[in-house]
Design a protein around this ligand. Structure first.
Ligand code: R2B
Ligand code: URA
Length: 310
């Protein structure tokens, strides 16, 4: 449609490389990606990252390191002899980043501010590196609404805590909304890669994004709680009536900034619990570890499929 082709013109050169919607950047002598411990003059970003096709992000450094090792094995990527997988952003002491051929695995921390900072720098990294048509995928965890722990959710649309399908920014003191749109086709493509043989469900549904884990997600077990259990259940049931199947803390910012940049993106989270049954995350560690492999498995199938088409 017209809007999409307008966005595409704004955000893409004809060869598919990422165009920045900020003319200030090209006028600068150098651009320091401070929180990644990288810079456009200090590093040869084209050489380091020019071949990146898949940017996979998740909350914790450890999970993303595990994912990097996992995907290396899955795509049969060999590191240069005598080298080991290294955290490229180690000296930022903020985020971790691992590169496995065309795949980047990056930790994004918890919540909107952390993801927002990372997204600005990752989008600029794509631009400086002249990456062609990169796809961004968030691999996360969430609370389910009416779904069992271990269920994988592919986000169809992300909603803020007031059930608006956008992310609210405050820029120069003014409120700005940007649509929290994800690529519906990519979501369906991912769903199609979930197998009937998988011993768990993979579903597509709407995701609620909040600014807190406790009061912000209607939990009774925070340091404070000034609503009743009935209020909580009414809220969760309202969400469910709106088609919301899970709650997490990054989907709207992730969707809004990728969409604003014209970057194809998806959010895949595994539910750690069913919030209709409780608030505490209390499944055994080993069980939760296995659950967290599930979105990774799906992303791996997708990456292998795309690479096989090349
Ligand atoms: C899911 O898990 C984290 C909170 O425990 C948060 O980053 C999220 O979205
Ligand atoms: N992450 C969240 O944001 N909420 C949950 O309930 C579980 C994981």
């Amino acid at each position: 449609n017209e809007y999409e082709s307008y966005i595409s013109q704004l955000t893409r050169y004809s060869d598919g490389t990422v165009k920045l919607r900020n003319s200030n950047i090209e006028l600068m002598d150098q651009d320091i990606l401070y929180h990644l411990a990288l810079g456009s003059e200090s590093h040869d970003l084209i050489e380091m990252f020019g071949d990146v096709k898949f940017v996979c992000m998740g909350g914790t450094p450890k999970r993303m390191e595990n994912f990097a090792h996992f995907i290396m094995n899955e795509i049969g990527y060999k590191l240069p002899a005598g080298t080991q997988l290294q955290d490229i952003s180690a000296y930022s002491y903020r985020y971790s980043m691992y590169k496995v051929g065309p795949v980047l695995a990056v930790s994004h921390g918890m919540g909107t501010p952390s993801v927002s900072i990372l997204m600005h720098e990752m989008i600029k990294l794509m631009y400086h590196s002249r990456c062609e048509d990169p796809v961004f995928i968030r691999i996360g965890t969430c609370g389910g609404i009416g779904i069992d722990g271990g269920t994988v959710v592919i986000t169809e649309e992300a909603y803020d805590a007031q059930l608006r399908p956008s992310h609210e920014f405050t820029i120069l003191g003014k409120t700005v909304h940007r649509p929290a749109k994800l690529d519906k086709k990519l979501a369906r493509e991912l769903k199609a890669l979930s197998g009937d043989e998988d011993p768990y469900d993979t579903i597509i549904g709407k995701t609620l994004c909040t600014n807190d884990f406790y009061e912000g997600q209607g939990r009774l077990d925070g340091a404070f709680c000034e609503f009743s259990e009935q209020d909580k259940m009414d809220y969760l049931n309202t969400l469910s009536e709106h088609g919301i199947v899970n709650i997490e803390m990054e989907s709207t910012i992730f969707a809004a900034l990728t969409h604003h940049a014209g970057i194809k993106a998806a959010v895949i989270c595994v539910a750690l619990l069913n919030r209709l049954n409780g608030d505490q995350v209390n499944s055994p560690k080993e069980v939760m570890h296995e659950w967290q492999q599930r979105p990774q498995e799906l992303v791996s199938r997708y990456i292998k499929k795309v690479l096989a088409q090349k």
